[in-house]
Design a binder for this molecule. Structure first.
Ligand SMILES: Cc1cc2nc3c(=O)[nH]c(=O)nc-3n(C[C@H](O)[C@H](O)[C@H](O)COP(=O)(O)O)c2cc1C
Length: 180
């Protein structure tokens, strides 16, 4: 696949959406998005994830109130759905000191993000948050990590492409020190 190919379209066109309209999200679309998350690969197929789907406006507002200074704060109130990605570190592996639950939930959450776009819906990964405050609002147990959240709704503004490094800067061939 190369730039402009049909399969590349979703990667080229997806954006983090920070402005939403108030059109509700259809149940079938929400189900499709959650199904995409469910089907993700994970360490030993342990599926460490739990998703909290929030449609209650007062709960959304309580979570949004913790996202001080985060550019996503207003969007969390405006979007009709908020999805919170939780992970159980005990239901994943560790190798070389690397906790793979972060990768498991990341893959699953990104599948959710891409299926949302496929359904005409916007999302925005939110990682900069106060986990303890959100834990207390949502009653998430201490052994479960809250890794990310996203608003989900119909985009009101389609942002410009924020750019990426060129392939020449991010790929090395055969060895770290090429040609050494
Ligand atoms: C792990 C992770 C955490 C992020 N946290 C935030 C966040 O807290 N607030 C926010 O507005 N955007 C957040 N973003 C969105 C990034 O800023 C965005 O993906 C990046 O600027 C590229 O823009 P694009 O997604 O439109 O291509 C996060 C993205 C990732 C992958």
């Amino acid at each position: 696949m190369k730039k402009g190919d049909a399969g590349m379209k979703i990667f080229e066109e997806r954006r983090s959406i920070r402005r939403y309209g108030d059109r509700p999200v259809e149940d079938e679309k929400l189900e499709a998005v959650l199904e995409a998350a469910r089907l993700a690969p994970s360490w030993a197929n342990m599926q460490c994830w739990t998703y909290i789907v929030i449609r209650d406006q007062s709960v959304k507002e309580a979570v949004a109130s913790t996202l001080k200074n985060n550019p996503i704060q207003k969007a969390v109130v405006a979007a009709p759905v908020l999805i919170v990605a939780c992970a159980d570190p005990e239901k994943s592996g560790n190798a070389n000191g690397q906790p793979y639950y972060m990768l498991d939930i990341g893959i699953s959450f990104q599948q959710l993000v891409l299926e949302a776009w496929n359904q005409g819906l916007g999302t925005c990964w939110v990682g900069w948050m106060n986990e303890d405050e959100i834990r207390s609002i949502l009653g998430v147990p201490e052994n479960i990590r809250i890794v990310a959240l996203t608003p989900l709704g119909y985009p009101a503004v389609y942002p410009d492409f924020p750019g990426r490094k060129p392939i020449s800067e991010i790929v090395r061939y055969d060895r770290w020190n090429q040609g050494a």
